[in-house]
Design a protein around this ligand. Sequence first.
Ligand code: SF4
Length: 388
Amino acid sequence: MELWGVGTMTTEPIELTDTLRLDDPYTVPTRYWHELPDGRIQCDVCPRACKLREGQRGLCFVRGRVEDQVVLASYGRSSGFCVDPVEKKPLNHFLPGTPVLSFGTAGCNLACRFCQNWDISKSREIDTLSSSASPETLAAAASQLGCSSVAFTYNDPVIFMEYAMDVADACRAVGVKAIAVSAGYINSEPRAEFYAHMDAANIDLKAFTDHFYEKITFAKLPMVLDTLEYLRGTDVWFEVTTLLIPGHNDSPDEIREECDWFGEHLGPDVPLHFSAFHPDFKMLDVPHTPPETLRMARRIALERGLRYVYTGNVHDPAGQTTSCPGCGRGVVERDWYVIRRYELSDSGTCVHCGHQLPGVYEGPAGTWGPRRMPVQLSGGRRAPRYRA
Ligand code: SF4
């Protein structure tokens, strides 16, 4: 049986707490799959290529086969809603200082041993999805809460792309933007459809070796790099995050290689965040990332010519400051998620020399600060617009 289980993260069957049903109000047909000669159906959303028999689910848990098609079984369902600062996604050049209505579902298409949201991403309990909201309810809530954007985060939105795209469309209709926080592990055809609905993204580049991707995340690096290069050719604003894990992906040589590839393929203006790991999930024996490691990585990236490099998950005002390439002044000073000083115009030019900084700027910086505000939403009756 080719199902993926959380117990070993290899090929064990998933222990289901519910069964897939096409008449379930949160289950919708999907588009990216095809039949195989042996009678199985292959999901084509991500390179995992789960091959499913009737009633089976893929590694991501939320997609599965019922009545000879692949369905999404979590349309309109969420593990909870929260208003966060946009800097937490992290995005430092996208509507700085503004609040973002954030949510995720359950499951994930990677199986990272260090997952920092494993209670959601590794959940096999449909009860994790205790909140629900239609795209229109979410868009109205974001608007009423004063959020500039919604973010699909905590787990990877590519696995619930039909819901995420409908939410993004409903949000755009009321002037709210959409942010995808993703590992970039998605096939090219669904990727083009998915990102046509998004305004911004933060992509996790989890390491820069095939070994790390294959042994620690159970995925493959080249497809992630392909997504990054794809995004460079779109209008989607994107930033990249590498979580530095002591002893696993933090050697100066690996960081140099990553930065050289980054500069050559994405250019110097795409922001790169190095963030701190904390022991979690299957990596409880690995220590926290020392702040000096983050500072070392940032130094290397700046030396290799990248212009916007940040440290994350630590107090490090120097490592979280944006400097103007035009005049060299620190124009946006941050401390974790708080903007301490902001010297950009409403359109993102340096107030000292007029240099245009890359990013999305629409007016003055927001004042949301570091707050994290859980939100209860109702109005979960499904109203899917996505049509497979
Ligand atoms: S999206 Fe889910 S079901 Fe589809 S291939 Fe990826 S892990 Fe498998």
